[in-house]
Ligand binder design. Structure first.
Ligand code: BGP
Length: 471
């Protein structure tokens, strides 16, 4: 019998404020870390992106037409608090009211993220995730949004992919302020993100709102390259760095001894200072983990690890020139690319089974978890526009989505409570470290005219959402 996704399952499309809104200087919006960074880099212009700030009605109408019944959007903190705290900008507040209203008019449920990589610059200047002021300001901003948009937003997400944020800010050097090899600061930032997330969840629950609140993690499934003890250990270290420290903190509400031992091993190997774990903080974490309504899983690729003891060397493939990616970390291990596995042009290894394995691990290892959404999954591809009258053929993306959806179906059949799926991304927008040529959308955007064109994958997705069966 054909598998059918359950009734009420969300078939969504995902976006993020800074990647799609454009209008970075409009209506009193404050600066975020990317404004300064991208200006200094001189490569990617965040304006007008796909002009979602003005064109959201059209995109939401497309959602309806294609049976997409949910959308991930994020609030740009600096539209509401231009300095991150204190003064409120009413035009920013009003914009999101209009956006949510339109979502509901079109029957598209908004899943709203409070922080999707766009820290206000004023708070970064005070130390970003490492500063208490930023953490306190984040709680205030969250409380403001809960109250202001109560009744309009039923699904809240505290932070999008804290791991990408901390890892790329302090170790990889590809997110502003672009530090490298600072594993101690990376883990400290992660510790603070877990804690502030927990404070926000607790505040939401204390205030008695009836909606749901969750967090979104970027999870990469990590496998050892061979059966050797060294490779297995490298895989464990990588898993702690990328996944487990967050999963423990937010889903168990407690860091396991094993997790902390591996964190210490990574920090020690780099000659840095182990972070402090405070018992009073763990109380806050546990309280939040018990009340968390859902966890969002962003899954794109898996990693295969080899033992490595040299210095850290990270070369980011941000150009789409296949085979240029290098990632070996001191105290962790080296990523290898198994020859028999396909990869995208940006060297992201395509391994659908990693989706199932990851979902199973989240559900089996973290018993407090009772609801999961796939909050991002998709394929970066160099889509070609061949004329107004031709449908953009993105068959490799359809194959990717189909294979991953099959793994989601397998997970549901195995009793794992997956309640929705969001394609990254709804429409083409820019990619933080890769620019506008790395496209993910179901809808192609001509960035000059801002016209939208449904790709072949959009029609495939429509059929899926209509029939709840994988075409
Ligand atoms: C996630 C982010 C998204 C998005 C996506 C694709 O990490 O939450 O914002 O960008 O990945 O990644 P990239 O744009 O680097 O290809």
């Amino acid at each position: 019998k054909e598998f059918k996704f359950p009734k009420g399952f969300y078939f969504g499309g995902a976006t993020a404020a800074y990647q799609c809104e454009g209008a970075t200087k409009e209506d009193g919006k404050g600066e975020v870390i990317w404004d300064k960074y991208l200006r200094e880099q001189g490569t990617i212009n965040p304006d007008p992106a796909c002009d979602f700030y003005h064109r959201y009605p059209e995109d939401l109408e497309l959602c309806k037409e294609f049976h997409i019944n949910a959308i991930r959007v994020s609030i740009d903190w600096a539209r509401i608090f231009p300095e991150g705290e204190g003064r409120i900008e009413p035009r920013g507040v009003e914009y999101y009211h209009k956006l949510f209203k339109k979502c509901h008019e079109e029957g598209v449920e908004p899943f709203v993220t409070l922080h999707h990589f766009d820290t206000p610059q004023a708070l970064q200047d005070k130390g970003g995730w490492l500063s208490q002021e930023m953490l306190d300001a984040f709680v205030e901003y969250a409380k403001f949004c809960f109250k202001e948009y109560a009744g309009e937003v039923r699904y809240w997400i505290t932070i999008n992919e804290p791991t990408s944020m901390a890892g790329q800010q302090y170790v990889g050097g590809t997110f502003p302020p672009a530090y490298k090899d600072q594993f101690d600061k990376c883990f400290k930032a992660e510790y603070n993100q877990n804690l502030v997330h927990a404070r926000i969840v607790n505040a939401y629950k204390e205030a008695g709102y009836t909606g749901q609140i969750g967090i979104v993690h970027a999870l990469q499934t990590v496998y050892p390259a061979t059966d050797s003890e060294g490779d297995k250990h490298a895989a464990e270290l990588k898993d702690v760095l990328e996944n487990k420290f967050y999963l423990d903190g937010t889903l168990a509400g407690k860091y396991s001894k094993h997790t902390l031992a591996l964190v210490k091993e990574i920090i020690d190997a780099n000659g840095q200072q182990m972070i402090d774990i405070k018992p009073e903080d763990e109380k806050v974490l546990l309280k939040a983990a018990k009340q968390l309504d859902f966890v969002g899983v962003n899954y794109y690729f898996s990693k295969f690890m080899k033992e490595y003891h040299g210095d850290t060397e990270i070369i980011h493939n941000g150009t789409g020139e296949k085979g240029t990616d290098v990632n070996r970390m001191k105290g962790v291990g080296e990523e290898i690319h198994p020859k028999d596995l396909p990869a995208t042009d940006w060297d992201w290894i395509i391994y659908p089974q990693g989706m199932y394995d990851q979902l199973k691990r989240v559900y089996d290892d973290y018993p407090l978890v009772h609801s999961i959404y796939i909050t991002e999954n998709g394929m970066g591809y160099k889509d070609k526009f061949e004329g107004e009258d031709k449908i953009i053929d993105d068959t490799p993306r359809i194959d990717y989505l189909k294979q991953h959806m099959e793994e989601v179906a397998k997970a549901i059949e195995a009793g794992i409570p997956v309640n929705g799926y969001f394609v990254w991304s709804l429409q083409d927008m820019f990619s933080w470290t890769n620019g506008y040529s790395k496209r993910y959308g179901l809808f192609y955007v001509d960035f000059k005219t801002q016209k939208r064109y449904a790709k072949k994958s959009a029609y495939w997705y429509k059929k899926l959402a209509e029939t709840r069966e994988i075409p």
